[in-house]
Design a protein. Structure first.
Length: 388
């Protein structure tokens, strides 16, 4: 049976490059290396010598990268010390002084800070666009437009972008496309299958899945794109820690299972939240009532474990009474771990193309692997503290 006949879950579990590097050991020991010795001068002077220095890659880096590239149907991948580092490295790889970047308005706020600070200082101009713009993105392009950056679904409110259409418009004008695919974690959606050039992952989220490591990856569509990205990681010194990659590898073995559970559990919670009087709107693209449902059905396997709600307008003290009463949803950044979390969101501060003018507090829940009935009971008792 050839590997291409295997289904995705099988391939993910059996992915990784050259096990001969490890004498067939099923869980390759994480190789900890800075220095790699050369047998002689000929080897040192050979430009094709496989492993030169820890930062530029080891057999273990190679295994992790191959597994991630396989997950995303990419040509090859590069590890990064965090998702944000993967993102900033990829943007630096393609953008030069004078270039124009189209950036989605619902982008992860630290990515936005990078654009407004570092890219601005580099002389790159950035325009933010409505995530639902679709083919109209063409109107925002000019002679200087070098790249379009997507993040789908959008951070906090989960607008699904029409990635295939935007990629088509970009390709017609020779514009590079990058997609932050952390939400799908390589499982629910594969941007490279739709023609995007680069897929970016925060492996800190579902891929590691246990809230105890920072890790990222950059996935390239083809050899040409990969060469540009590799030059950037080499020049910028971007590499990931071996212990973190080992955690990422372990997470990959159960990733599909955890994503499926996350989607089912979050859908149940989202449906329950929809019936609550305290809630003005639920943001969950897996709900039939969500405006993004049609695109989710078209392009995604299902939604993930993130659910946001807009509370009805209320005093801050009432919002605080609700959030502080929650016992199973402690406040914390991040998502994709085994445990449930809550993170208040403040879109007014970080949206410019589409103004956020809702009065109520936006809250994002990460639905973990606790029993769903317990989670609902916790939300129910906390809502009793919420006056609106
Ligand atoms: C968390 C996150 C990142 C950044 O990843 P880190 O690993 O925390 O640096 C990027 N994009 C999205 C959508 C995220 O949620």
């Amino acid at each position: 049976m050839g590997k291409k006949d295997l289904k995705e879950e099988t391939r993910t579990i059996h992915s990784g490059c050259d096990l001969s590097d490890y004498k067939g050991i099923v869980n390759p020991p994480p190789i900890k290396a800075s220095t790699i010795l050369y047998p002689d001068l000929d080897a040192y002077e050979n430009p094709n010598h496989k492993y030169r220095y820890g930062r530029n890659g080891t057999p273990y880096t190679n295994k992790f990268s191959c597994a991630i590239a396989a997950l995303e149907n990419g040509y090859a991948a590069l590890p990064a010390p965090s998702g944000l580092s993967a993102i900033t490295t990829a943007l630096m790889a393609f953008l030069n002084r004078g270039d124009h970047l189209l950036m989605v308005d619902t982008v992860y706020p630290p990515t936005r800070s990078f654009c407004n600070d570092v890219l601005a200082r580099m002389g790159v101009s950035v325009d933010y666009y409505d995530p639902l713009i679709g083919a109209d993105i063409e109107r925002l392009m000019n002679d200087k437009t070098r790249a379009i950056y997507m993040e789908s679904p959008g951070s906090a409110t989960f607008e699904i972008q029409d990635v295939p259409v935007i990629v088509k418009v970009a390709k017609a004008r020779g514009v590079v496309t990058l997609v932050d695919n952390s939400y799908a974690s390589g499982v629910l959606f594969k941007p490279l299958d739709h023609g995007a050039d680069v897929s970016l992952l925060s492996c800190t989220k579902y891929i590691n899945g246990h809230s105890d490591a920072m890790l990222g990856a950059i996935v390239a569509r083809d050899a040409e794109v990969f060469a540009i990205l590799k030059r950037a990681t080499d020049n910028l010194g971007v590499c990931a820690g071996v212990d973190e990659m080992e955690k990422g590898m372990r997470g990959l073995n159960t990733l599909h299972l955890r994503m499926k559970e996350a989607g089912e559990r979050a859908l149940k919670i989202a449906q329950w939240l929809e019936g609550r009087d305290e809630v003005a709107r639920v943001y969950y693209p897996g709900l039939e009532s969500d405006p993004n449902y049609a695109l989710l059905k078209r392009d995604y396997k299902h939604a993930n474990g993130l659910v946001s709600i807009l509370l009805k307008p209320a005093e801050r003290s009432s919002v605080k009474a609700f959030t502080d009463a929650l016992e199973l949803f402690p406040i914390g950044s991040s998502w994709g771990g085994y445990e449930s979390l809550l993170q208040p969101q403040y879109p007014t501060k970080c949206r410019t193309a589409v103004a956020w003018d809702h009065e109520g507090q936006l809250l994002r829940f990460q639905v973990g692997l606790e029993d769903t009935d317990d989670l609902i009971a916790d939300l129910e008792q906390a809502f009793e503290k919420f006056d609106f």
